[in-house]
Ligand binder design. Structure first.
Ligand code: NAD
Length: 440
């Protein structure tokens, strides 16, 4: 099939590349010329494991191209995916301006072929319920009456995006005509060979499914964080409690790890968006609101622990931070809890030495010379008064604690991911703070 993907970010690039890899002829389009130039030069604008090899292979084999030009990319495509960003606007709603701009450009580039038979515009961006209808109305208003508009929310996780895309738990499509679902079923066929479900529903349900999924996942995280904070007050260990509940099949272990709060480009803004939808339609979403509030507090927890340890006297101290990306195996720092910690600590006059295996450059672009950037984890902890761990990169799990103790001025660790065992750390001579692991 001939496919064009509009928006070549984390979702669009993975989507386009994986469709090319299953034999389709794909053009990825973006308005960011620098991004397209980079891709044309064989480099990736993002870090995502396994993606570079896939992009290079499919370019070499002529199935994947990049452009900024709508009139080159849209007319030949049978399926046009929209994967542009839908960031949070000032009132919490998802800002749809990029979706509508892209739609307008699609319509403009089809001016010569207004009937455009059999073309489907597929909205992959996460968008509020009703957007599919609004985009269809927009297209009709611009003279494109025969283009179908489908909704196909994406559930991939950054850090495992290629794998998730190629082996999805399920594919959800929202359509108004069954024929459109059949085209998409054929497209996704190669990824569903293990009989994982292809779920056809109304566009409104498909749009809502994405928000409900993210709200549920965020709820699990805020729930376990709330339990962890109570454990800390009561002298219980959340790790023991987590195992105690996770073996119950109705509960399970996934997404039940306490931490410094969730971040990223999806959960925070999607929860605000669902809250905005609730407000607009007078449906009070108590659970979702609480999840968001718990998370906002949780993102401030590490800074509070650090201030308490140093009795609010941090001026002249140096603290190291390991892990800046919002999760491991990505360089994405959007809404990352590490940034909340950095902002809070900078206000106290502390000096910060930061390390992340992939996200250093993005943090440098944001903070400039306010921080000391360290390429190596051990380099970051030289002479520091404490270390805070915010992202659970694999390489932080088994460090040489002897080396660490020698390098650090004071052996104090604030472990936002519960990577280590409190008793072992005590034996090794560290002052150790985890999340919810006994009385703080
Ligand atoms: P992103 O910011 O990484 O990429 C968006 C891209 O769209 C940018 O490169 C931007 O230049 C481009 N763009 C904006 N307007 C454009 C236009 N008019 N024409 C062409 N390109 C345009 O965003 P992302 O993280 O890939 O997310 C995209 C959508 O997918 C969002 O709605 C997001 O909520 C959703 N989503 C993201 C993830 C994720 O893990 N990142 C997962 C599932 C769903």
């Amino acid at each position: 099939m001939r496919i064009t993907v509009i928006g070549t970010g984390y979702v669009g690039l993975v989507t386009g590349t994986c469709f090319a890899d299953s034999g389709n002829d794909v053009i990825c389009l973006d308005i960011d010329a620098a991004k397209i130039e980079m891709l044309e030069a064989g480099r990736l604008p993002i870090y995502e494991p396994g993606l570079l090899e896939l992009v290079q292979r499919n370019r070499r084999e002529g199935r994947l191209r990049f452009t900024t030009n709508y009139s080159e990319a849209v007319p030949p495509a049978q399926l046009i995916f929209i994967a542009v960003g839908t960031p949070q606007s000032s009132n919490g709603e998802a800002d749809l301006k990029y979706v509508f701009q892209a739609t307008e450009k699609v319509a403009a580039s089809l001016k010569g072929a207004p009937s455009a038979p059999n073309k489907v515009l597929v909205i992959k961006s996460t968008v509020p319920v009703g957007t599919n209808r609004a985009v269809a109305d927009q297209l009709a208003g611009l003279g494109c009456k025969t283009i179908d508009v489908a909704s196909n929310p994406e559930f991939l996780k950054e850090g495992a995006a290629v794998d998730d895309f190629q082996k999805p738990d399920r594919v959800v499509v929202g359509v108004r005509r069954p024929e459109v679902a059949e085209v998409l079923r054929e497209l996704y066929g190669p990824f569903l060979r293990n009989e994982n479900p292809f779920l056809v529903m109304s566009p409104e349900s498909a749009e809502m499914t994405k928000y409900a999924a993210n709200a549920m996942l965020a709820t699990k995280i805020s729930f376990i964080n709330e339990m962890a904070n109570l454990c800390e007050k009561l002298g219980a260990d959340i790790n023991e409690v987590r195992r105690g509940i996770g073996h119950d099949e109705r509960i399970g272990f996934k997404f039940l790890f306490p931490g410094p709060g969730y971040g990223g480009s999806c959960f925070p803004k999607d929860l605000r968006s669902i809250l905005a939808m609730g407000k607009k339609f007078a449906a009070d979403l108590h659970v979702v609101r609480a999840v968001d509030q718990v998370n906002e507090n949780q993102k401030r927890l590490l800074a509070a622990k650090i201030r308490k340890h140093f009795q609010d006297d941090l001026a002249g101290k140096t603290i190291a931070i390991w892990g800046l990306a919002f999760k491991p195996r990505t360089d994405d720092i959007r809404e990352a809890p590490a940034l909340t910690l950095i902002d809070a600590l900078l206000q106290t006059g502390v000096k910060l030495r930061v390390h992340d295996p992939e996200a250093l450059q993005r943090v440098r672009e944001q903070y400039g010379d306010k921080l000391t950037y360290c390429d190596r984890p051990y380099g970051a902890i030289e002479g520091v008064d404490a270390l805070a761990i915010v992202t659970e990169w694999q390489e932080f799990r088994h460090p040489d604690f002897e080396v660490m103790r020698r390098l650090m001025k004071a052996p104090v660790i604030f472990d936002g991911r519960n990577l280590y065992e409190p008793k072992q750390m005590e034996t090794l001579g560290f002052t150790y703070y985890g999340i919810g692991r006994g009385r703080a």
